[in-house]
Each structure stands twice: as structure tokens, then as C-alpha cells.
Ligand binder design. Structure first.
Ligand code: CTP
Length: 401
């Protein structure tokens, strides 16, 4: 159940309803299938007016179901068999009419009947004109669907197919994939407030130059995604990175170590778990120039001053029952350095990795870490950064107890 890292072998029953956004969902199907997801598709009659059932049949190499009483649709009683053979139901795009029908438990076609006959989680992705979305009737239906325990993904805003700008756009795939993965994740961090720092900091020398490091932020962002999937409320304080904001996570962007310290301090007291995955620059230029330094005037030396050690500060002021996790990216003496930092910074867990390893260094998709707590030293296998995040959070969950 903890394996919410990929859609591989997950049986996803997709219900497509009559919105022009159905063409975007065809691309989602292709992505899910490429990831190893086992996708079956039901379409309402209106949906087939926007996108041919042949499109989905070709993408899934399977029959597309659209008629309750249709012949040649593979099985009789499809409305019962289809949801039973699924791990999750995904309704996308969901029109205003679909929301109304599902909210009221109607069962007048294959899709609505299958939802009613289903006992697996249902994820609903509305898409419509903004006025239809904002209409109190639609809003009430969305509330009712949430009260029924369904996951309603908030629509996005921007340019709509009707030519107007506003809310009602089909949610982005990244967000929907997170909802799917959350369904497959154990909710052992529900109620926890997790504060994560990620990425490098950037210390300005002048308007054109800065001191920084090679951290990509991938490990911290993976932690944020996985913690959120496991039910935590996540705040992510991020240095400058080239990564998409993780859906459902409060993101605070900072540049320098001092900005990071300010943001982390503002949220530390209310957090039950703090994970400092950021690669904070230890030093900054003593004087940063507001104008570009010229070759002729600069000389060859740059005077540096020490940045605050954010983690050590948190270790000094730690609250009772708070779990504090530090990272140590090392090139040698990994365990000794990890143990030293565990004690010096007064933290519960140090996550140590080898920055010289080909698959554990900067900006790669995998990591292999050693978890050093006061009682234990444990090496995790080489895994994706999300799986590594899962291993770290397993350890954190055990420390919480
Ligand atoms: N850290 C921090 N503030 C700093 C430096 C580091 O909060 N100014 C945190 C990092 O986010 C990480 C941990 O401390 O969680 C260890 O960082 P690392 O750079 O490995 O340790 P340093 O204490 O800087 O020691 P050194 O650079 O000498 O190895």
C-alpha cells in the first residue's frame, strides 16, 4: 500500500464525459499506458461526439464501453464488472451535468451506474465554462461529491475553450497523477505538518554573479510529494530550482540562506516534522555590490562571511515531540560525518549520501542514502528519489512513535 510512486500495473477505469477537454484526456491515457497503467475506458454518448471511441480504443488496445445495453461491448453487466476490476475510477473531464448526476446518485447510463456500483476511490476532474462552475448549483454538487468521499480535483484557470478567461479548465495532468498516486499511498502522515527545505541557496556577489552549489532540489521535492501523498500538510521552502511546484504543497520561494532561515523560522514552531534537504551555502560574500563589479576594480579576492546554520538553530530551539531531519552530502567519511552532524546539530535523523557516486550525486534521478539515527545506522538500496523519500519518511514515521 505504501507504493504510491508509479502507476505501473494500477487498474484505472476512466470515465470520459462530454466536454471538449476530452481531447486532453486522450493524451493522459497515452501517458498512463506508457507508465504501465492498465487503463479501461467508458464514454458517455456526448463524449463520443467530441472524441471518437476509436481514439481511446487505439490508445488502450481495448474495447471502449459506452452503452449499458450495447451488443459487442465485451461483457454483459459491464457497469458491475468494470468497477470491480479497477483499483480506482477517474472521471475526466467531468461536465457540470455529470457532477449533478453523480452528486444525486443517478444511474441513467453506464458511467453513472458504474460509479454507483463502485467501492473503489473515485477521482473527479471537472471541466466547464467558469460561469457554469461558479453557479451555486455546481458548487453545491461539488461539495456533495466531496461529502460522499469522492476526490474532486479543483479545476484550473486560464483560457477556456469557449474563448473566455477564468476558472473551469481541466486540471493539469501532474495534479491528477498526484491524486492517483495518493490513492495508492498509506495515509500514515495524516495530521502531520511537515516543513521541508530544498535546493541550493544563491548568495549574490553583484547583480550579475552569485555563489551557489549544484543542488537540483530533486530530493527535497520528492520528499514533499511523497509526504503529501501520505496525508501530510506540507510546506516547502525552496531555493532556486528548475522543478515544477508539487501539487497540493505550500511553496515558499527564497534565494539566499538568510531568506531561507527567515522562511523556515516562520513555520518551524507549528511543524511536527522538519526536513532540511536544502544545500545551504555555508558562506556569502561579505559585501554584495549593487552594481556590476568591473574587472579593473575587483582584484582577485572575494571576502566571505559565514551564513547562519539553520539546522543547528532548529536543533537548539527544538520543540518537544518535533522530529528534526538533516541531510549530509559527503564526498568521504560519510558515516563519521553523519554521526558528527547528528550530535552537533541535535537532530533525530541524518540522511547521508555520496555526492561523488554516479547515481547518487547531483541532479540525477536516483539516490542511495544511509539513515543515521541515535540508535541505528541503516543503508537504503539505490532507488528513485521518490522511493528514497518513502524510505526516509518510513523512518520518520517510526520515530514519531
Ligand atoms: N545546513 C543548514 N544551514 C547551513 C548549512 C547547512 O541548515 N548554513 C543544514 C543542511 O540543510 C543539511 C545539514 O545542515 O541538512 C548538513 O549540511 P552540510 O552542508 O552537509 O553540513 P555543514 O554543517 O555545512 O558542514 P560541512 O559543510 O562542513 O560538511
Amino acid at each position: 500500500m505504501k507504493n504510491g510512486y508509479t502507476l505501473k500495473n494500477r487498474r484505472i477505469l476512466l470515465g470520459v464525459t462530454g466536454s471538449i477537454a476530452a481531447f486532453k484526456v486522450a493524451a493522459w491515457v497515452s501517458t498512463m499506458v506508457q507508465e504501465g497503467g492498465l487503463v479501461s475506458v467508458m464514454m458517455t454518448n456526448s463524449a463520443t461526439r467530441f472524441v471518437s471511441s476509436l481514439t481511446f480504443a487505439a490508445l488502450t488496445s481495448d474495447t471502449v464501453y459506452s452503452d449499458m445495453f450495447g451488443e459487442g461491448q465485451g461483457e454483459a453487466m459491464a457497469h458491475i464488472h468494470l468497477p470491480r476490476a479497477a483499483d480506482v475510477l477517474l472521471i475526466a473531464p467531468a461536465t457540470a451535468h455529470t457532477l449533478a448526476r453523480l452528486a444525486h446518485g443517478m444511474a441513467d447510463d453506464l458511467l453513472s451506474t458504474a460509479v454507483l456500483a463502485s467501492s473503489v476511490p473515485v477521482i473527479i476532474c471537472p471541466a466547464m465554462n467558469s460561469q457554469m462552475l461558479e453557479n451555486p448549483a455546481t458548487q453545491r454538487n461539488m461539495t456533495m461529491l466531496k461529502e460522499l468521499g469522492h476526490h474532486v480535483v479543483e479545476p484550473g484557470s486560464g483560457m477556456l475553450a469557449c474563448g473566455e478567461k477564468g476558472s473551469g479548465r481541466l486540471p493539469e495532468w501532474d495534479e491528477v497523477r498526484e491524486e492517483l498516486l495518493a490513492v495508492f499511498s498509506e495515509k500514515d502522515l495524516t495530521g502531520q505538518k511537515v516543513l521541508i527545505s530544498a535546493g541550493p541557496t544563491r548568495e549574490p556577489i553583484d547583480p550579475a554573479r552569485y555563489l551557489s552549489n549544484r543542488s537540483s532540489g530533486k530530493m527535497g521535492y520528492a520528499l514533499a510529494r511523497v509526504a503529501r501523498r501520505r496525508g501530510a500538510q506540507v510546506t516547502l521552502v525552496s531555493g532556486p530550482v528548475r522543478l515544477a511546484p508539487p501539487p497540493g504543497v505550500r511553496l515558499i520561494n527564497v534565494l539566499t540562506a538568510r531568506e531561507m532561515q527567515e522562511a523556515v523560522s516562520a513555520h518551524a514552531a507549528s511543524s511536527s516534522i522538519i526536513i532540511k534537504a536544502a544545500a545551504v551555502a555555508d558562506f556569502r560574500p561579505k559585501n554584495s555590490s549593487s552594481e556590476k563589479i568591473k574587472k579593473s576594480e575587483s582584484g582577485l579576492s572575494l571576502e566571505l562571511t559565514v551564513n547562519p546554520d539553520i539546522l543547528a538553530g532548529l536543533g537548539r530551539d527544538r520543540k518537544k515531540h518535533q522530529i528534526l531531519v538533516g541531510f549530509a552530502a559527503e564526498s568521504n567519511n560519510h558515516k563519521a560525518e553523519g554521526l558528527r552532524k547528528l550530535k552537533d546539530k541535535n537532530v533525530d535523523l541524518m540522511v547521508v549520501n555520496d555526492i561523488l557516486g554516479e547515481k547518487t550525486g547531483f541532479d540525477v534521478e536516483t539516490n542511495q542514502v544511509t539513515l543515521i539515527s541515535r540508535e541505528h545506522i541503516e543503508q537504503l538500496p539505490l532507488m528513485s528519489k521518490e522511493e528514497t523519500a518513502g524510505g526516509i519518511l518510513d523512518k520518520v514515521a517510526s520515530l514519531l512513535q
